[in-house]
Unconditional design. Structure first.
Length: 193
């Protein structure tokens, strides 16, 4: 269960890591962190995180439900619930609701981490200019369209991922089968010893 939770934490942190990325710290010139916090607030980061985590929830719930079917410390009575589509849907809803609530409780930390990354990577003047952009009609339009843009790009990404998977699977299968053939004689020899 702990390995599953650790993997889940890495999975859920991925969108945040992709947004902020590693950087070299730069000295803070006065109130730059406050300016960075104002920028993060203007960018409606919570809304973007809700979208990202909501899109991850089917994967998260699927993985947790799969783990609950086999783990020794699964919640009492969960296995019979997971047998039926209705029970599975109810357990999925619980997992999704609780995971989203737990993630939202961490949004202040994510906002602060994002502000720190902006502070490290941009000067005070840059932060003010970016914030000023979000105060323009074009910036407001960009912010307003972000959920739709993310949705469309997510749909495109899913389709592209599906197509890439279909293209890659025959090669994956062939390579694994070839590996199995080269490993099979060695495994057979070890089994005889």
């Amino acid at each position: 269960m702990m390995r599953l939770l650790a993997a889940l934490a890495l999975l859920l942190a991925a969108p945040v890591a992709a947004q902020t990325g590693p950087t070299e710290p730069t000295p803070d010139a006065g109130g730059r962190i406050e300016t960075a916090r104002a920028l993060v607030a203007k960018m409606k980061l919570d809304q973007m995180l809700d979208f990202q985590f909501a899109n991850l929830m089917p994967l998260v719930t699927g993985n947790l439900l799969g783990a609950m079917q086999t783990m020794s410390d699964a919640p009492n009575g969960v296995r019979p619930l997971l047998v039926t589509p209705e029970g599975r849907a109810k357990v999925s809803a619980i997992v999704s609701e609780e995971m989203m609530a737990a993630m939202r409780a961490r949004y202040p930390d994510i906002r602060e981490a994002a502000a720190e990354e902006y502070r490290r990577n941009f000067s005070e003047d840059d932060l003010k200019a970016i914030t000023a952009f979000f105060n323009t009609p074009a910036g407001q339009h960009w912010l307003a369209l972000q959920p739709q843009l993310q949705q469309r790009l997510a749909e495109f990404g899913k389709g592209m991922g599906r197509d890439a998977g279909m293209a890659a699977f025959p090669k994956i299968r062939a390579r694994i089968e070839a590996l199995a053939k080269t490993q099979a004689p060695a495994a057979t020899k070890q089994d005889k010893k």
